[in-house]
Design a protein around this ligand. Structure first.
Ligand code: SAM
Length: 255
């Protein structure tokens, strides 16, 4: 349990898909001068170094964000590029922001952030860079159920589990349905891996059935290593802001 470490995967093609959509939603929501809540159930450590042995070992970032930047996949004014540049200006040329630091780039005084991270070492690392947020060392779903609907009511919840617990695939549609009932105006974004053995498929079918209006964005890519199970990345977004569908189709076309 809790053996997953995002440092091996930070900046990979799945992060590129997830973080491009996340940054776009944050830029959209913070363009209006109204405060918002930002919640994350599975925050990770917040800041990664793509020259660290973990990242070098898998080479996933090299095939992901590093390649995307060198080939200009994202326009220079894309919200993810802007957040990445700000983080690199502050933390060095090989830094890569996890979702909490992407959020930090956009959040303003008056916005409220709650981040859950259960792993002790990841939580400690997160605490070093996430002074802007309320941190919770507890199960992320429990945190979200306890806080929703948050104050301010306007805002975004990112659910980004590591899917180490196989029961997650069964439980997530129930968690999402309950959160959507409690916070019916919240933007709720769930990331999931697309797996060669289709283990994710019943979960995505249940989410589509329960939330027919939700935006679903999926991209496919070659496995990071021969035999590696993940062959793509998916996001389900409830209450997707106006324009996100166009942005999602643009991102999907890059893959
Ligand atoms: N959202 C991060 C990002 O995009 O930068 C990546 C998060 S990573 C995929 C998932 C994280 O969830 C890991 O750091 C893991 O330690 C943590 N985690 C696993 N089970 C958890 C739980 N039940 N509640 C909160 N965090 C958990």
């Amino acid at each position: 349990m809790l053996s997953y470490q995002h440092a091996y995967h930070a900046g990979n093609l799945a992060d590129l898909h997830k973080h491009a959509l996340l940054a776009w939603v944050l830029a959209y929501l913070t363009a209006k001068p109204k405060p918002l809540s930002y919640l994350e159930t599975h925050a990770g450590r917040g800041l990664y170094d793509l020259s660290a042995p973990e990242a070098e070992k898998t080479g996933e970032a090299a095939a992901g964000i590093t390649r995307a930047l060198s080939e200009n996949w994202l326009p220079t004014d894309h919200p993810l590029r802007l957040a990445l540049e700000a983080v690199r200006a502050r933390h060095g040329a090989t830094a890569y922001p996890g979702s909490p630091l992407i959020a930090r780039h956009f959040l303003r005084p008056g916005d409220v952030a709650h981040l859950a991270e259960l792993h002790p070492a990841e939580h400690q690392a997160l605490a070093e860079v996430a002074g802007f947020a309320h941190l919770h060392r507890q199960d992320g779903f429990q945190m979200a159920q306890a806080i929703c609907p948050p104050t301010p009511r306007r805002g975004l919840l990112l659910i980004d589990p590591s899917y180490e617990v196989k029961a997650d695939y069964d439980a997530i549609p129930r968690h999402v349905a309950k959160l959507a009932r409690k916070w019916n105006v919240g933007v709720i974004a769930l990331w999931y891996p697309i797996l060669a053995d289709s283990r994710h498929a019943p979960m995505v079918e249940a989410l589509r059935r329960n939330h027919p209006e939700a935006l679903v964005s999926e991209v496919r890519f070659p496995p990071a290593r021969p035999g590696h199970g993940m062959v793509g990345s998916g996001m389900v977004v409830l209450n997707a802001p106006y324009g996100l569908e166009t942005e999602a189709r643009r991102i999907e076309a890059l893959f």
